[in-house]
Design a protein around this ligand. Structure first.
Ligand SMILES: Nc1ncnc2c1ncn2[C@@H]1O[C@H](COP(=O)(O)OP(=O)(O)O)[C@@H](O)[C@H]1O
Ligand SMILES: [Mg+2]
Length: 370
């Protein structure tokens, strides 16, 4: 590559308003360290917990997890934004109109964001209105994938088994609590109560004693006025990565999550007690199950209209030999140690290669409806 070759300008967008802010910063740190600097110029933009877009540092160390402590995107004197309807990024100061800097055009955005206001279609819609290409799923798939009730509705329609569930809306809970509780109790003896749109297991309670049901619903409602309650599905937790190539999506190796010392894969196990969980990649499962699961994962990806990447999570009941969908993550954990990149590593695609591939796929897409 010659000196004056123009590099592709990649805006790394990270932090964000969700509970997964620090994980997002850790991911940004890893991507900054791994991205191919010969081909890509990095434009780092952070989103503070309050939702301000600010110029960020191009410094992997700054955003890394250190001794389990994460970094935050800090508010600055200036903010950045796309000029409405364009892919031109500008920096400005709300309090000092003298400051107005043109940061140039961005070729592609890599949204390294998890959870609401990042993985749920809101950022994707904003980028669509600016005619900017971005890595990963578009508005509709992101929104449907974040919404557990919508995901299950669409996936069931596509012929993939999902466990029984009930959606409890804000109005139903406030106006007909008895009716809600009746519906929940009909699901079985053990249920999972969850915010309908969240991640990292925040706000999720496993309820085996129905005197705790109302408290569990209230806890989920702290995160989302729409609550989903699911029948507990017995079985192993198997996950499969899906990655889009020019000729279509392909499934990765299958991974398994095993949790010890906790009832389920809860927030603490995910982030505070790494010893309690083990990831096995590839999972020790019969060939036939692996193939069925990989096929189902690609089917889920297509049914939701996903693009770029997703991780599809299943339960596998060995006694009945049944696979059922748990959920889909359109921006799965993406540090080099996370399940998704490790699954692709197994298939011979290194972390830097995965980053390059995702950016290249995003660049092949058109803007607008696709
Ligand atoms: N219906 C269910 N039956 C059994 N276990 C469940 C069920 N729903 C969730 N779990 C457990 O809770 C964890 C978190 O639930 P999940 O829906 O994946 O939430 P999140 O989107 O926060 O990752 C799962 O990994 C699994 O261990
Ligand atoms: Mg999950």
């Amino acid at each position: 590559m010659t000196e004056n070759t123009v590099k592709t300008r990649v805006m790394l967008l990270f932090g964000g308003r969700s509970g997964e802010h620090m994980i997002s910063c850790a991911t940004a740190s890893a991507v900054m360290a791994a991205i191919d600097r010969e081909r890509f110029e990095v434009v780092p933009v952070g989103i503070t917990l309050e939702g301000q877009w600010v110029p960020a540092l191009d410094d992997p160390q700054h955003y890394a997890l250190k001794d389990g402590e994460g970094a935050f995107v800090e508010a600055q004197g200036t903010q950045v934004a796309f000029l409405a309807g364009t892919n031109r990024l500008v920096e400005f100061s709300a309090s000092n109109p003298e400051v107005f800097k043109d940061l140039g055009e961005v070729d592609v955005v890599f949204p390294l964001l998890h959870g609401p206001f990042g993985e749920d279609g809101t950022i994707q819609g904003l980028l669509d209105t600016a005619d900017v290409r971005y890595v990963g799923c578009g508005l509709t798939a992101s929104a449907a994938g974040m919404d557990k009730h919508l995901t299950k509705t669409i996936i069931q329609q596509a012929g993939i088994p999902v466990g029984r569930w009930e959606l409890i809306t804000d109005r139903q809970w406030l106006q007909d609590r008895e009716g809600c509780l009746e519906r929940i109790k009909a699901l079985g003896e053990v249920v999972f109560v969850k915010p309908n749109r969240a991640g990292s297991s925040v706000g999720i309670t496993r309820v085996a004693d129905f005197t705790q049901l109302e408290a569990a619903v209230e806890e989920a409602r702290r995160h989302d006025p729409r609550v989903i309650v699911e029948a507990a599905t017995p079985g192993r937790e198997l996950e499969c990565g899906v990655l889009e190539f020019l000729d279509g999506p392909r499934a990765s190796a299958v991974g398994e999550i095993t949790v010890s010392g906790a009832d389920f894969y809860d927030f603490e196990t995910k982030y505070q007690d790494p010893d309690a969980v083990s990831l096995s990649i590839p999972a020790d499962i019969p060939e036939g199950v692996r193939m069925r699961l990989q096929e189902a994962a690609v089917k889920v990806f297509d049914a939701l209209g996903c693009e770029g990447l997703s991780r599809v999570d299943f339960f596998y009941n060995e006694e009945t030999d049944e696979l059922s969908l748990n959920e889909i993550n359109t921006m799965p954990g993406f540090t080099p140690f996370s399940m998704y990149p490790t699954m692709w590593q197994q298939q011979g695609l290194s972390y830097p290669e995965l980053v390059t591939h995702l950016i290249d796929m995003a660049l092949t897409r058109r803007v607008g409806l696709r």
